[in-house]
Design a protein around this ligand. Structure first.
Ligand code: PEP
Ligand code: MN
Length: 332
């Protein structure tokens, strides 16, 4: 971190800042030009609150040399992290496809879809039992009943389960059933939930918030990792822009950016990114081409009857076509 002082900042103010920084545990290197004064902070800067420094009227600006995330940073962990679930590997050059319905609706619905995606090569099963819906009047999910059905689907297909955990109250119960716990876009900055996830020994699929920057996503991953859980999988699921033809705008640039910044796996959710089933295959191809570690895709055998997100759900035959297309791209 470098503190740039305003021209003519009083010497005693500079000294005071230097002492404060040293008391917080870092070394301070001062340098002076004709018209500027810099304080270079070296060492552990984790206890420094940048906004307190910026609040000083004699400080011009603060320049960050390092990223504010450490455990998630590739700088301190150059190799890709590989997260293992039931012998399946996510990250490190593997392409993992997670597929299933938006919501678990019934045993028949879940089993039909689970069997269909398994046959086409999906490695893991998704399905929401606790659903974050924009309207309180929309279907909220089957709750624990849905988790039990997911467990049954796992017993039948052998696919590990990915399902969302929405709050701390239901964390223990979701943790009991899920193989990977999803933290949804709307909860990306639910810090108490992130801390609870950090105490879990199960992998966490952390979705990027609707209006979150990549740095904010990585800071949320850092929250989980700082509590001791390093098994974090990131997910880009589209961000809000001025565009209205698609539900969100898929930020594919997040994949190579995150690969540069972090060692954590990053997967793409083309279903929530666009809201349209017809765009899921082209964007899945794009995602694999730019280096994503996998995909999470919504599939429904009767999308027109789906209790949530039917318009973005692929029918099994379309999912099969997508799988054949991405297998070719992944091979390249
Ligand atoms: C979901 O995966 O069904 C979901 C609600 O996703 P998101 O949090 O990305 O909206
Ligand atoms: Mn959905």
């Amino acid at each position: 971190m470098v503190i740039v002082m305003k021209p003519n900042a009083p010497q005693e103010v500079i000294e005071k800042i230097k002492k404060k920084m040293e008391s917080l545990g870092c070394q301070v290197h001062m340098s002076q030009g004709e018209n500027y004064f810099l304080l270079g902070l070296v060492g552990d800067t984790s206890r420094i609150d940048p906004s307190q420094i910026e609040a000083n009227q004699h400080v011009d600006k603060l320049l960050r040399v390092q990223h504010p995330f450490k455990l998630a940073s590739r700088h301190f962990h150059p190799e890709d992290s590989i997260i293992e679930v039931d012998g399946l590997k996510i990250g490190g050059g593997n392409v993992t496809v997670i597929a299933g319905p938006c919501s678990v609706e019934s045993e028949e619905q879940l089993m039909t879809i689970a069997n269909a995606v398994k046959i086409e090569g999906a490695q893991m099963l998704r399905g929401g039992a606790f659903k974050p819906r924009t309207s309180p009047y929309s279907f909220q999910g089957m709750g624990e009943e849905g988790l039990k059905l997911l467990k049954k689907a796992k017993e039948v297909t052998g696919m590990p389960i990915v399902t969302e955990v929405m709050c701390q109250d239901t964390f223990d119960i979701v943790e009991e059933y899920a193989d990977i716990l999803q933290i949804g876009a709307r909860n990306m900055q639910n810090f108490p939930l992130l801390k609870r996830a950090g105490k879990s020994n199960k992998p966490i699929l952390l979705k990027r918030g609707l209006s979150a920057t990549i740095e904010e996503l990585l800071m949320s991953a850092e929250y989980i990792m700082a509590e001791g859980n390093s098994k974090v999988i990131l997910c880009e699921r589209g961000i809000r822009t001025f565009e209205t033809y698609t539900r969100n705008t898929l930020d594919l640039s997040a994949v190579p950016m995150i690969k540069e910044l972090s060692h954590l796996p990053i997967i793409i959710d083309p279903s929530h990114a666009t809201g349209k089933w017809s765009m899921v295959e082209p964007l899945s191809k794009g995602a694999i081409a730019v280096g994503a570690d996998g995909l999470i895709i919504e599939v429904h055998h009767q999308p027109e009857m789906a209790m949530s997100d039917g318009a973005q759900s692929l029918k099994p035959a379309k999912f099969a076509k997508l799988m054949r297309a991405i297998e070719r791209i992944a091979a390249i």
